[in-house]
Design a protein around this ligand. Sequence first.
Ligand code: NDP
Ligand code: MG
Length: 328
Amino acid sequence: MNTYSVSTEDEMHFRSKRVAILGYGSQGRAQALNLRDSGADVIVGNRAGNSFEKAKADGFSVMSVSDAVKSADVLALLLPDESTADIYAEDIAPYLREGHTLLFAHGFNILYNFITPPEFVDVVLVAPKGVGPMVRRLYEEGNGVASLVSIHQDASGSALKTALGFASAIGSSRSAIIESTFKDETETDLFGEQAIICGGIPALIEAAVDILIEAGYPPELAYSECAHEVKLVIDLIYAKGFGEMYNSVSKTASYGGITRGNRLISDALKSEMKEILREVQSGEFAAEWIAEKRAGSGHFHALVQNARESEMEKAGIAFRKILETKCE
Ligand code: NDP
Ligand code: MG
């Protein structure tokens, strides 16, 4: 992967622009605070409510999305992906002019054509590879979260300078600014979420916890071994990679894990993973998710509620209670 270095010229180019952070949520708040601390001219656009009040309390000039669009040059769309196209149609598109940059933190709406910007604006991607609070915390510590950068449309001839100046000001130049594409960023992000971080791992954990509970072991112990301890191993992988992880756990754990883990990866599992990737690449997942949002998200909320009521979740609550009691 190629990385970009940011020149003083890129930074000066970006400094001359006013940035509107549209959506003061996880990414919006972190990026707005980092941009301001880096010396950028930042305003916030959000609907009335909690996020609006939070931005005000943080000292920003806060207004409606459409007013922010009218008075800024760089428009950072840090809104929920499933609502962005509707907000764009109503509050952003009618006010676009030459000189505007539409900046996305995820390629979803551009890749799947839910948003088709006019030809006279720049369209760029600056996708931080970390959750909002991490983007803020690392910046405050003098570090940064890496970002993927891509240019979809370069009407001004300086879209890359704007994207690099922005990426640098949120702290990514202190880590890495990586050249990517809207397609690669979106498809790998969605596949990773679904097959592993928010899908595959939780499903594997739940199956293992259920098996131990069914076999008669105490639910809290099942949870501790198969869910709670995942963090210890993930932290080791994050810091030092898989080889060092195997060195840090006991030899019994390494041998047992290496000889047994792969037995779970059947041909059926691999072909299901490939099917998940196919649904991402074809846009079927994106269409399904936007349809769910437009239908009121009732099915989605029921699924989340179901997860909250699972045997695994009950075991987790009971286990954390035991830990709390021990601490008292
Ligand atoms: P959040 O859901 O945390 O925040 C969205 C913000 O948009 C909230 O402040 C919300 O305010 C506001 N909002 C919602 N609806 C409207 C509306 N109709 N009009 C105006 N404002 C509205 O989103 P994230 O920060 O998680 O995601 C933002 C973008 O960043 C997405 O593209 C996402 O894919 C990307 N991203 C997210 C990462 C993450 O870790 N969270 C990581 C990397 C990229 P209100 O309180 O009023 O609802
Ligand atoms: Mg994502």
